[in-house]
Ligand binder design. Structure first.
Ligand SMILES: C[S@@+](CC[C@H](N)C(=O)[O-])C[C@H]1O[C@@H](n2cnc3c(N)ncnc32)[C@H](O)[C@@H]1O
Length: 309
């Protein structure tokens, strides 16, 4: 497989500073990079840890795992699995958890991965190419209603119904959609309006990618898991790239940043707040100018609160 581009890490200084803030110079402890990608954040974290520090990374993508093998550092290890497996770590074992969500540039820019309407390639879009169904396989048998629901929900696409009908009609006439270019053409024919500066297939591609990788479900699971694995005072740093992700992170932090009363047991002590929201940070103009993919990034930082005795 040809990898055509490197990944420019978004909010590199800001994310690593936020993650390690308060841990002192050269901290020890167990840190987690839940989305290794090409290792931009991981390498920077390693450069700041003490010899007793440890960094555990996750990535679903076998190419990310290959890249991680180049890091020769006994403090570093990586797991080839989804970050919902954060839940497998011992309670209170992590000094900080970083998630830089979405896809890496090499994933988008490699035609064979099928993530982009800008290049023709097989309609795959799986982050983990070693398991699960590709988008082409799913579209080959999904019902029109299911396809429309996915495109509407995860793409916020007004023309989800006509797009789903066009996909199924084409399947009945000439067989399943197999390539990114075929899908982009079908969508362009079904979307009746144009958003300035945006390819009409943008929303549909985003929706299918989110769905096939169960991105939002896994994000929710990983956020819940972070509450148990973070030690008190540990930081949760999450970089999102679209509003559906950011909404989940924002609501999660808000929900756990207040005491929760059980309305069925009004005299019981409230469940204490478990997170403190610290910051919401966007890339500055210089970063966006240098790396246009940073323009939609939003980073949220929260701290695991002390658990009262
Ligand atoms: C934006 S890139 C991370 C880039 C990285 N911070 C860097 O500086 O190189 C996102 C990475 O997260 C991985 N990823 C996305 N969702 C994941 C999940 N649920 N579990 C594990 N890895 C995931 C993708 O495969 C991709 O490699």
């Amino acid at each position: 497989m040809t990898t055509t581009a490197a990944h420019t890490t978004v909010l590199l200084d800001e994310a690593v500073d936020a993650l390690l803030a308060g841990a002192g110079d050269a901290p020890a402890g167990q840190w987690v990079d839940a989305t290794f990608g090409r290792g931009g954040h991981s390498r920077r974290i390693l450069s700041r840890l003490s010899p007793q520090g440890r960094l555990l990374a996750f990535d679903k993508d076998p190419e990310a795992i290959q890249e991680a093998a180049r890091i020769q550092d006994a403090r570093f290890s990586i797991r080839h699995e989804g970050f919902r497996h954060l839940a497998d770590l011992p309670v209170g074992s992590a000094a900080g958890v970083l998630m830089d969500l979405g896809v890496s540039s090499p994933q988008i820019d490699t035609p064979e991965r099928g993530f982009s309407f800008r290049f023709d390639g097989p309609l795959d879009m799986r982050m983990d190419t070693t398991r699960g169904q590709s988008v082409a396989e799913w579209l080959a048998s999904a019902e029109v209603g299911q396809i429309a629901e996915v495109i509407r929900e995860y793409g916020e696409e007004r023309f989800a119904g006509p797009i789903a009908k066009a996909i199924v009609a084409r399947r009945q006439e000439r067989g399943p959609v197999a390539s990114t270019a075929e899908l982009a053409d079908l969508v362009a024919g079904a979307v009746k309006t144009r958003e300035p500066g945006q390819n009409p297939a943008t929303r549909t591609f985003q929706a299918l990618r989110i769905f096939i990788n169960a991105e939002l479900e896994e994000l929710q699971q990983a956020l819940e898991a972070s509450l148990s694995v973070l030690r008190p005072g540990g930081r949760l740093v999450v970089i999102s790239f679209h509003s559906l992700e950011d909404r989940i992170v924002k609501q999660f932090v808000a929900q756990h940043s207040k005491e929760v009363y059980d309305r069925r047991a009004p005299f019981a002590a409230p469940q204490p707040m478990r997170l403190k929201a610290l910051a919401r940070i966007k890339p500055g103009a210089a970063e966006v100018a240098a790396n246009p993919r940073a323009r939609s990034a939003v980073m949220r930082v929260a701290e695991r609160t002390e658990v009262p005795a």
